[in-house]
Design a protein around this ligand. Structure first.
Ligand SMILES: N[C@@H](CCC(=O)N[C@@H](CS)C(=O)NCC(=O)O)C(=O)O
Length: 215
């Protein structure tokens, strides 16, 4: 089966797919697309992903978009228990943190990244930055409480929930902002940094995004 991933590597949503593919040691082809590479509106890409966004994954005759669906699919199809808990009861916790990331955590931390990093300095709005910072810190405090109770977000074992939330960590820890002390989050970050797949997918410089609102 041939797997192909479309998307620029500076996208946090593409990074989730790269991390899962690398974690599972799957061979795959990569097509840079979106951002400075363009191609979002090419008819052949729109035929795969009508949103024109990244990532998109193709595995044989299956095409999947939405980063969380991609990561869950890879875990379910190839994980044999790694990434994707086999028991529904164990998956419930991973899903809870995954959906919370989609609806609450990522909008907050990406909002901060856009306000503080992607918006050109001359156009930055201190009130918007403070509001986004507060929302992000509230989310990190929830993560801190959770990671004080369990090693990973889904429970004792590493799952797709750690991938979708963990892609925030490089940017969170390198943005020029105040960060509260979050020892459990920091210990989780250190554990993730020991994984080659995390380092390859997530520890990616974002210079091309600084002061750039275009994509
Ligand atoms: N909910 C979608 C969001 C996809 C999305 O917004 N992707 C952004 C990059 S993070 C994108 O395609 N932006 C246009 C571009 O990079 O050209 C997912 O999780 O896959």
């Amino acid at each position: 089966m041939t797997i192909t991933l479309w998307g620029r590597l500076s996208s946090c949503n593409v990074q989730k797919a790269v991390w899962a593919l690398e974690e599972l040691e799957l061979p795959y082809g990569h097509v840079p697309l979106g951002g400075r590479h363009g191609g979002n509106d090419a008819p052949e890409y729109r035929a795969l992903n009508p949103n024109g966004l990244v990532p998109t994954l193709r595995d044989g005759d299956l095409v999947v978009w939405e980063s969380h669906a991609v990561v869950r699919y890879l875990g379910a199809e190839y994980g044999s228990g790694l990434l994707f808990p086999q028991q529904a009861r164990d998956r419930a916790a991973a899903d809870q943190w995954t959906d919370w990331t989609a609806t609450t955590f990522q909008p907050a931390w990406i909002g901060l990244f856009w306000a503080k990093v992607r918006t050109p300095e001359a156009e930055q709005d201190a009130v918007a930055i403070a509001r986004a910072h507060d929302a992000t810190v509230r989310c990190f405090q929830l993560l801190e409480d959770r990671l004080g109770q369990s090693r990973y977000l889904g429970g004792h074992d590493f799952t797709y929930a750690d991938i979708v939330a963990g892609v925030s960590l490089y940017r969170w820890s390198t943005m020029e902002i105040d960060r509260p002390s979050l020892p459990h989050v920091e210990a989780w970050h250190e554990r993730l940094n020991e994984r080659a797949a995390f380092c390859k997918a997530v520890n990616v410089p974002y210079d091309e995004l600084v002061g750039r609102l275009a994509f």
